[in-house]
Design a protein around this ligand. Structure first.
Ligand SMILES: NC(=O)C1=CN([C@@H]2O[C@H](COP(=O)(O)OP(=O)(O)OC[C@H]3O[C@@H](n4cnc5c(N)ncnc54)[C@H](O)[C@@H]3O)[C@@H](O)[C@H]2O)C=CC1
Ligand SMILES: O=C1[C@@H](O)[C@H](O)[C@@H](O)[C@H](O)[C@H]1O
Length: 337
């Protein structure tokens, strides 16, 4: 049994604890912590034998914790991931790896200094059946070389920690990672277009259109709408030279009645990506329980996403086309995105 400590027992922390205790195999949650101590205690009450630690650092140092899952807010990730590397413990860090290029660079440098991969980042779309099927079509060459991709990332509402830049750093960062993986290329420049604001968006710039240019010349557009009310709607269509391929509808059921064809829209990311999170965490658990390095998105992927995300924030703040330059990729991260 791999003994896991969870830092951050909010929405995704609780969801990952649920899957680690009642869905996945070979794992138990032995410790939790949260700055909101009452929440941490309430979550631990449902976990027989689990310890509540007063800080993330204490949890990481606990000899009863083999590996750590970080589910606290993005700006707190760096300190915990660095502490895990210093302790030589495997860490699964929810996205984003950290919220700035500099913070991600420090993590990459610490891991390279350690000499062995210890970090996996929670970019779960790489594990989603629909995205995997879309990538298989693109890789097969059936639609010719991919030229463009149209994406939509629609949320019904935003979490409490959401700020203006979060549309890029917290939301579009999923497309940043997915696009690098889908095309197997780095993103070299970004732009942000700002449409008329939604009356549902408060102080946020909602919606916005995020444009990504890839090294090979393909262009990706991403609609980010984070207060669209009707549900959680994730779309993606790749346009190739000879055809197109799109994500299918996530609902397993369609209802015809009363002159209408209807299907449910997922309520949020927990529902839409439920199986992707299961596969992502089970593969992480299995790989590290077997003593190997994690095989999912690496600290390098987290760093690359942060550099693009920083460029996106600059574009949102008034830049036009903002270029993206990555540092040379260390040998530890030799595989393509
Ligand atoms: N992969 C995915 O699809 C998703 C990833 N996330 C990511 O997971 C992280 C958490 O998001 P949510 O669960 O939605 O937020 P949340 O606000 O529901 O939960 C975060 C928890 O972390 C705690 N926390 C904050 N600072 C802390 C610190 N320094 N030490 C310990 N605990 C601390 C908060 O008290 C809160 O209980 C974010 O990085 C977010 O981007 C969130 C939702 C979906
Ligand atoms: O990661 C997630 C949230 O943190 C973020 O706030 C949402 O916009 C994303 O859709 C969700 O997958």
């Amino acid at each position: 049994m791999l003994r896991i400590g969870v830092i951050g027992t909010g929405m995704i922390g609780q969801d990952h604890i649920r899957r680690m205790t009642s869905v996945l195999a070979g794992v138990e949650v032995t410790a939790v912590t949260d700055v909101d101590v009452e929440t941490a205690k309430r979550v631990a009450d449902a976990l027989p034998g689990a310890v509540v630690h007063g800080s993330g650092e204490d949890l990481i140092a606990d000899p009863g914790v083999d590996a750590v899952v970080v589910c606290s807010w993005g700006p707190t990730h760096e300190q915990y991931v660095l502490a895990c590397i210093a302790a030589g413990k495997q860490v699964f860090c929810e996205k984003p790896l950290a919220t700035t290029e500099e913070a991600c660079r420090r993590i990459v440098e610490a891991e390279v200094g350690h000499g062995r991969r210890l970090v996996q980042v929670g970019y779960m779309r790489r594990y989603d059946a629909a995205y995997r099927a879309l990538k298989a079509v693109v890789d097969s060459g059936r639609i010719g070389a991919p030229l463009m991709m149209h994406c939509a990332h629609r949320n019904p509402g935003v979490p409490s920690y959401y700020e203006k830049e979060s549309a890029i750093t917290d939301t579009a960062v999923h497309e940043i990672d997915m696009v690098r993986w889908m095309f197997g290329e780095e993103i070299v420049a970004v732009r942000v277009l700002v449409p008329r604001k939604s009356r549902n968006g408060g102080d946020l710039q909602d919606p916005l259109l995020f444009l990504l240019e890839l090294a090979g010349g393909a262009i990706v557009d991403v609609e980010i709408s984070v207060n669209i009310r009707y549900g959680y709607d994730i779309r993606g269509e790749v346009v190739g030279e000879d055809g197109t391929a799109a994500l299918g509808e996530p609902s397993p059921v369609m209802v015809r009645g009363g002159g209408r064809l209807a299907m449910p829209v997922p309520a949020d990311w927990r529902e839409r990506f439920i199986r992707a999170y299961d596969v992502e965490l089970q593969e992480w658990i299995d790989s590290i329980a077997a003593g190997g390095p994690p095989v999912g998105p690496s600290a390098w992927d987290g760093y690359a996403a942060a550099v693009v995300s920083d460029a996106g924030v600059a574009a949102l703040r008034g830049g036009d086309r903002v270029g993206v330059t990555l540092m040379p990729r260390p040998a530890l991260y030799e595989v393509a995105p």
